[in-house]
Design a protein around this ligand. Structure first.
Ligand code: MD6
Ligand code: FE
Length: 206
């Protein structure tokens, strides 16, 4: 466990190399048929309808989606196929039990796919009702520059390079800190066929 300077005792945990290469390959192999059943889609922004550069899908009883008409929300079905999301695999629930330090299991696992040029602007994960539950994030594939700020937009930020197998926990106060992905270092990992980065974020929706 490592804390970052100003985020000390904020509930932010960083576990570099939490999954070794064999575990990363096993997790990716487990994900492949689930992603085939619930293909990546490209969400759009509320109101503007601008498309995200990140492609997304979900696992669990609820999944996070966004579109111009409905805005940010959780729903039980895939917006394109109309089918329920595949279950969160045991491997991920086991990881949650190991690092989340929280008695309730996540209902939602958002799967983000970053191909060349994709990034994610600074945001707070704010669509969940349980404010005490942490968000647990697992990174696979290419390295990414993760930016972590504080509770207010425009405050100081710290950058952190996330590599394949790294796990981040946003708990406590950091649960509501601004964060985003500035860029992905294309070609930095051989894990994902076709290249890119997958990030899994498990959440208790409440
Ligand atoms: C990403 N992660 O790593 C984006 N959210 O691709 C997130 O937005 C995130 O890493 C909540 C908690 C941890 C995270
Ligand atoms: Fe987030």
């Amino acid at each position: 466990m490592k804390c970052l300077g100003s985020q000390l005792h904020s509930g932010f945990d960083f576990h570099p190399g939490y999954l070794d290469r064999a575990e990363q390959e096993a997790l990716l192999a487990t994900l492949q048929p689930l992603i085939q059943a619930a293909p990546f889609f490209r969400p759009t922004m509320p109101k503007t309808g601008k498309t995200f550069s990140v492609e997304m899908t979900n696992l669990g009883s609820l999944g996070w989606v966004s579109d111009r008409e409905g805005g940010y929300r959780y729903q039980a079905t895939h917006p394109v196929t109309g089918l329920p999301w595949p279950q969160i695999p045991d491997m991920l629930l086991t990881l949650w039990r190991q690092v989340a330090n929280y008695p309730i299991l996540p209902e939602a696992c958002l799967v983000n796919l970053y191909r060349v040029g994709a990034k994610m602007g600074l945001h707070v994960d704010g669509d969940e009702r349980d404010p005490k539950a942490p968000v647990v994030s697992v990174s696979l594939g290419d390295q990414a520059i993760f930016r972590l700020g504080g509770p207010q937009r425009g405050g100081p930020t710290t950058s952190l390079k996330l590599s394949s197998g790294d796990v981040v926990v946003l708990g406590g106060a950091s649960r509501h800190f601004y964060h985003g992905i500035d860029r992905v270092l294309s070609g930095s990992s051989s894990l994902i066929p076709g290249g890119g980065r997958i990030n899994l974020t498990m959440r208790v929706v409440g």
